[in-house]
Ligand binder design. Structure first.
Ligand code: NAP
Length: 264
């Protein structure tokens, strides 16, 4: 596994992390056990970045992540998110305490605002985020689905901390962040966390067969390799299936040439 610095922190997170949307969605306990095993296999393979949210499966995704990492808490970097309508000051604090409880941990590594809410002043949300850092419940502050100007506004309100990441949709089949958000992240040294990097499982058929053969990768691996070609990007594919997790973990074992990335 390759690791990259998170924002300007000294923290190293795996270039391929594990997304947890949909974990615990089914009522089948056998399915939960399968999802937990898949996460644990990912950790064994060096994927330390785990992304979840209070919203995912009404909190059950966080509970399953907690179950998966209870023997290896110090080896993983847990990212979770506070969602609208919890962006008022006291609601952020409550939401974080609830996430920490469901995860069964004493702190989260990265706490992200899931979506901006223009109805709540950003300084109110950010002052709660800083309080959480002060109180030791959160190590780093991130955002998600923020435009460049929303990120700028949020940064301007922070007294002592920095925004270390922006989690946005980025895949071979959806490159809209390349116009402004990615160049901004590169310039400002903010990590771009690429969500839905496998286009929700609709693996691109358009990947040239000769590239797949040349590097001995699957089309999914080629997509993850491509999306993390920029040093400022890490990706968080979701894999409930353990074979998919293993495939994703080894997707960047060999880097492609610039010309091949271009052709993709
Ligand atoms: P995704 O990672 O693009 O795709 C997940 C799908 O791809 C699943 O159906 C999975 O199947 C399949 N898959 C995984 N690895 C594969 C492989 N090697 N070969 C073939 N298929 C493979 O989609 P996503 O879940 O939407 O996004 C990933 C994560 O990003 C989420 O889990 C969440 O953490 C985050 N996210 C954040 C936001 C946000 O607003 N911040 C929005 C969406 C997603 P199996 O599960 O059966 O393995």
């Amino acid at each position: 596994m390759e690791y990259r610095q998170l924002g300007r922190t000294g923290e190293k997170v795996s270039v391929i992390g594990m997304g947890c949307w949909g974990l615990g969605l089914s009522e089948d306990r056998g399915e939960w056990a399968r999802e937990i095993s898949s996460l644990q296999r990912g950790v064994e393979l060096g994927m330390n970045l785990i992304d979840t949210a209070e919203r995912y499966s009404s909190g059950r995704s966080e509970a399953l992540v907690g179950e998966a990492v209870k023997e290896c808490r110090d080896d993983v970097f847990i990212a979770t998110k506070v969602a609208p309508p919890n962006l008022h000051h006291d609601a952020v604090i409550r939401a974080c305490r609830d996430s920490v409880r469901r995860l069964g941990v004493s702190y989260v590594d990265l706490y992200q605002i899931h979506w901006p809410d223009p109805g709540v002043p950003i300084n109110e949300t950010m002052s709660a985020m800083e309080k959480l850092v002060n109180d030791g419940l959160v190590r780093y502050i991130g955002v998600s689905n923020f435009s460049v100007s929303e990120t700028d506004d949020a940064r301007a309100t922070l007294a002592k901390n920095e925004i270390v990441s922006n989690q946005v949709e980025y895949a071979l089949t959806n490159r809209s962040v390349e116009t402004d958000i990615l160049p901004y992240c590169v310039r400002e040294k903010i990590t771009l966390v690429a969500y839905s990097p496998l286009a929700h499982g609709r693996i691109a058929r358009a990947i040239p067969g000769d590239i797949v053969r040349k590097y001995d990768v699957t089309p999914a691996q080629a997509m993850l390799n491509w999306v993390t070609r920029n040093e400022q990007v890490v990706a968080i594919p979701k894999a409930g299936d353990i074979k998919h997790q293993e495939e994703n973990a080894s997707s960047i074992a060999v880097r492609f040439s610039a010309a091949d990335y271009q052709r993709m």
